[in-house]
Design a protein around this ligand. Structure first.
Ligand SMILES: NC(=O)c1ccc[n+]([C@@H]2O[C@H](COP(=O)([O-])OP(=O)(O)OC[C@H]3O[C@@H](n4cnc5c(N)ncnc54)[C@H](O)[C@@H]3O)[C@@H](O)[C@H]2O)c1
Length: 362
């Protein structure tokens, strides 16, 4: 890694649905002079050609070749949930800083391996839990941390996708994931962002009806009750079978009740609604992602979905400019912090399989 450089050179592994969000984030940063989007790796050659047309990005089908041929400071991993580990470990071993999509891994052992590699390499291991960049959630967390609702007692968080997500976006890997891996970890991380508590035990139940009827062997919903080490209990409901005619792709929100008050965010319906003949009833979470025209006519992407990814480049730039990992500690979701969400999700899936209350691992 060049010591003279002050702008991060970035590669991306996985150029699918959410990989495009990474392509937009780094394209935007490049336009703003804050990063250089160097290359994209994906096993799908047709997709690589499409992404080259759209973003002018050089493509590789083998990430090891990309690492060997390109001078990269950081790599982002946007492959399916169960395929993060190999790429994260490989990139850290090659001395690259890494941003990985949530969940860090679907096993606690996988998280431990990644954390150990990051420690050994002295590199950033950051996880894209973008709920922490949503200004409404930041306000929620700040107020809870300031004691506005006293000590958290209990709460409820929900996140639900329209059925198009597992049915049309990734039916091939939905069985290896679940609504809890795909959505629930976001809400678990958001709860932890507010309360800082760690999971103690989980009881979860779920159902396989709708997707199974479409030939996809995946959970329709996973509903968990989580006890935390501050004595609070949260219900987290997740599903990805909302009907096609639901008003938004995602429905989500959170409510926390404490000894001195309650606080709540409807994270989906933020007050903008429409009903049109062509599209029916709609709501928009414009804070997450916005595509507009810049003054020169080029596309400008913004929103907390973009900022959360951009934060990685800012962290790498900080190191390139002489900052230290110690100075960054606690200022982004690192491997140890993300491991807490994985611990809870692993216990939830064990509870699903056994029908029992499951203790979170240490
Ligand atoms: N932060 C968020 O809100 C958010 C939203 C959606 C998805 N995600 C996460 O992003 C990740 C990707 O999800 P997605 O919806 O983009 O999935 P996707 O299936 O659309 O894309 C995954 C891509 O990885 C590629 N890939 C698979 N194996 C590969 C390999 N061996 N080498 C290189 N490329 C490979 C596939 O060809 C595909 O293009 C998942 O972990 C998901 O949970 C996060």
């Amino acid at each position: 890694m060049s010591k003279k450089r002050s702008i991060a050179r970035i590669g991306i592994i996985g150029g699918g649905k959410f990989g495009e969000m990474h392509l937009r984030a780094f394209t935007q940063l490049e336009r703003d002079g804050q990063a250089k989007l160097v290359a994209l790796c994906d096993i799908n050659e047709e997709l690589l050609a499409k992404r080259h047309r759209e973003y002018g990005v050089k493509g590789y089908t083998d990430y090891a070749e990309m690492l060997a041929k390109e001078d990269l400071d950081g790599v982002t991993v946007v492959t399916p949930d169960h395929l993060h580990r190999r790429f994260v470990v490989g990139c850290l071993k090659a001395g690259k800083h890494v941003l990985v999509e949530k969940p860090l891994d679907v096993t606690v052992e996988g998280c431990d391996e990644m954390i150990a590699e990051a420690d050994k390499a002295g590199r950033i291991l950051q996880v894209d839990f973008h709920k922490r960049f949503d200004p409404y959630h930041r306000q929620l967390a700040a107020r809870v941390a300031a004691g506005a609702i006293g000590n958290p007692l209990y709460g409820y968080a929900w996140m639900e996708d329209r059925i198009e997500v597992p049915r049309d976006w990734f039916p091939h890997w939905a069985p290896q994931s679940s609504p809890f891996w795909f959505l629930g970890v976001h809400m678990v991380d958001l709860i932890r962002f507010c309360t800082r508590a760690k999971g103690v035990s989980v009881f979860a139940s779920g159902a396989k009806k709708k997707l199974a009827s479409l030939g996809i062997d995946a959970w329709d919903c996973v509903n968990a009750r989580i006890v935390f080490d501050d004595g609070s209990t949260f219900a987290v409901d997740t599903s990805w079978v909302l009907p096609d005619r639901f008003e938004a792709v995602v429905n989500q929100g959170i409510r926390i009740v404490g000894t001195e008050g309650a606080i709540e965010v409807d994270s989906q319906n933020r007050g903008a609604e429409a009903c049109t003949a062509a599209e029916g009833q709609q709501t928009w979470n414009l804070g997450f992602f916005l595509e507009e025209r810049d003054k020169d006519g080029s596309t400008r992407w913004s929103g907390y979905g973009i900022e959360s990814i951009a934060d990685f480049a800012h962290n790498v730039n900080f190191l390139l400019r002489g900052g230290s990992l110690e100075q960054l500690a606690g200022k982004f979701v690192d491997g140890r912090e993300a491991r807490e969400a994985t611990k809870i999700a692993v216990a939830a899936h064990e509870s699903l399989a056994t029908g029992k209350l499951v203790a979170c691992s240490a």
